[in-house]
Design a protein around this ligand. Structure first.
Ligand SMILES: C[S@@+](CC[C@H](N)C(=O)[O-])C[C@H]1O[C@@H](n2cnc3c(N)ncnc32)[C@H](O)[C@@H]1O
Length: 301
């Protein structure tokens, strides 16, 4: 167990919303420090099971001896495949608490935080090849522009993208300090805030966070038993929109139409949270990192 790994966000609200059946099978797609998982386990009896995914192998160090738990150190985009491997076809609840853990963020050498100097890495799964430095080196100006604008909401995304492409011809953009120094002239407003937005964009891209979320959502209707629930905590408006639309319409893209019949897919869900659940004042005070969290819950019909 690693100390101060992560403070679970919207803990009570999330667990209550899952309406845990003591003998049920639950999937925690983002085990992290195991905060949500440990409360799920408290509510399960000896017949209940918890399958915990985390693509960061370090999360495994937070596991406690418990024969009801199976840890799968993989990306949750492969959830169905790995559950099948463990002979599980239907589950009672699925939880995903997206993004990075405080542990990942606070470990300087992982390269997620603007506060330290380290290699521009940002991989949650360290078996993966692509790093943030690779993106800065290989993406076209247009790709960088789109990434910075969409994932980081960087106000001068176009200018920054151009500067990256210019600077990378002469400067190695391999470390956080090299990058920050080379980008000085593009900084708008508070540098800390500016680089936090840029880093968020890079992190989302490195880990293909939106792609993984979409693939996970598409598997949930087949995985959940009728009456089973899925709870997703997001930290970015793009993620929240994807979850909201999927629960409501059963489609990832708003214009998804069946090519043969010209029909739109129907949602397999009843939406439980008409509006997203957000942290209350007490939680925001105790854990400022919870500030952009939004919980949405749906029930399989
Ligand atoms: C916000 S933390 C989860 C914290 C956890 N709920 C707790 O209470 O400690 C997110 C975790 O999910 C993992 N993660 C993020 N995206 C993932 C993905 N696509 N597949 C598997 N794990 C992922 C990260 O490595 C990180 O450990």
């Amino acid at each position: 167990m690693i100390n101060n790994y992560h403070i679970p966000v919207l803990l009570k609200e999330t667990i209550e919303s899952l309406q845990i059946r003591p003998d049920g099978i639950y999937v925690d797609c983002t085990f992290g420090g195991g905060g949500h998982s440990s409360v799920i386990l408290q509510q399960l009896n000896e017949k209940g099971r918890l399958i915990a995914f985390d693509q960061d192998e370090h999360a495994k160090e937070n596991l406690r001896e418990d024969n009801r738990v199976t840890f799968i150190p993989q990306n949750f985009r492969h959830v169905q495949r790995f559950l099948r491997l463990h002979k599980i076809t239907g589950v009672d609840g699925i939880l995903a608490d997206l993004g990075v853990s405080s542990h990942q963020f606070d470990e300087a050498e992982r390269g997620f935080s603007t506060r330290f100097d380290a290699a521009l890495d940002m991989r949650m799964d360290q078996r993966q090849k692509l790093t943030a430095a690779d993106i800065l080196k290989t993406f076209s100006e247009q790709q960088l522009h789109k990434m910075l604008e969409q994932y980081g909401e960087v106000t001068n995304a176009k200018t920054l993208a151009r500067l990256i492409v210019q600077q990378r011809q002469t400067v190695a953009l391999k470390t956080i300090n090299e990058f920050k120094q080379a980008m000085q002239s593009a900084v708008k407003g508070n540098p800390q805030k500016y680089f936090a937005q840029v880093f968020q964009a890079l992190r989302i891209e490195v880990n293909d966070e939106l792609g993984a979320l979409k693939e996970l959502l598409q598997q949930t209707p087949t995985l959940l038993k009728p009456g089973g629930r899925v709870a997703i905590i997001t930290f970015h408006s793009l993620e929240d929109r994807i979850v909201k639309n999927f629960f409501r319409s059963g489609a990832i893209s708003e214009t998804e139409v069946d090519e043969v019949y010209g029909t739109k897919p129907e949602s397999a869900f009843k939406v439980i949270t008409k509006k997203p659940v957000t942290p209350g004042e007490k939680e925001l005070k105790e854990n400022p990192r919870s500030r952009s969290a939004k919980l949405r819950v749906a029930e399989k019909i």
